[in-house]
Design a protein around this ligand. Structure first.
Ligand SMILES: [Zn+2]
Length: 189
């Protein structure tokens, strides 16, 4: 993966929107996506506080509807990058995690670890709001346990994005664990 990306670092002197003291550093990386497309990743970093932000610009457009599958079995796989378009449905069946597309869904760029953290946060909040004798607690604790293992790369799972409009990407750390299956027209509705 890394040999395929070109890094270019540019220092800009605009003020950090968060702390208003630091300067924002911009890191640009061009990625070659496995299916031949190119994307520009832009990362903003403050040199004073911990403000960071990511932006992503597809340089070529992937309009092929399909199912992207990534097998995650170690810590390195957690760094694989995920880009979900507003029509992409993301799921991790082994963890009962589903992110449905919706009219208010944003383009969404993160890595596998970021998805797990977000989910862990949501499940933890959900559990806190349950009564002590709620029947769901046992199942939720099992999911949290698996999630903690997953974040250490000790739980194997599959991350699947089904995108009927095209535009979603998975950039795997290990290309052997990635597969893409094209959706035919009759499967789109
Ligand atoms: Zn700052």
């Amino acid at each position: 993966m890394s040999e395929k990306s070109k890094n270019e670092e540019v220092e800009f002197s605009f003020k950090c929107p968060s702390c208003e003291k630091g300067k924002i550093k911009i890191l640009k990386t061009t990625y070659d996506v496995p299916d031949g497309d190119k994307m520009l990743l832009i990362k903003f970093e403050c040199n004073t506080c911990n403000f960071t932000n990511n932006d992503i610009i597809p340089l070529t457009t992937n309009n092929t509807p399909g199912i992207m599958t990534l097998r995650v079995s170690n810590e390195n796989d957690l760094k694989s990058k995920i880009y979900r378009s507003p029509v992409g449905r993301l799921e991790i069946p082994e963890l009962e995690l589903f992110v449905e597309p919706g009219p208010r869904a944003d383009f969404y760029y993160t890595n596998v670890e970021g998805i797990l953290f977000r989910f862990e946060n949501a499940v933890t909040i959900y559990r806190k709001n349950l009564e002590k004798d709620d029947v769901q607690i046992e199942e939720i604790d099992k999911i949290l346990q698996d999630l903690h293992k997953a974040l250490k790369g000790e739980f194997k799972f599959t991350l699947i994005i089904t995108d009927t409009g095209g535009g979603s990407y998975i950039i795997p750390e290990d290309e052997l664990k990635y597969s893409f299956e094209k959706l035919e027209n009759n499967e789109l509705n």
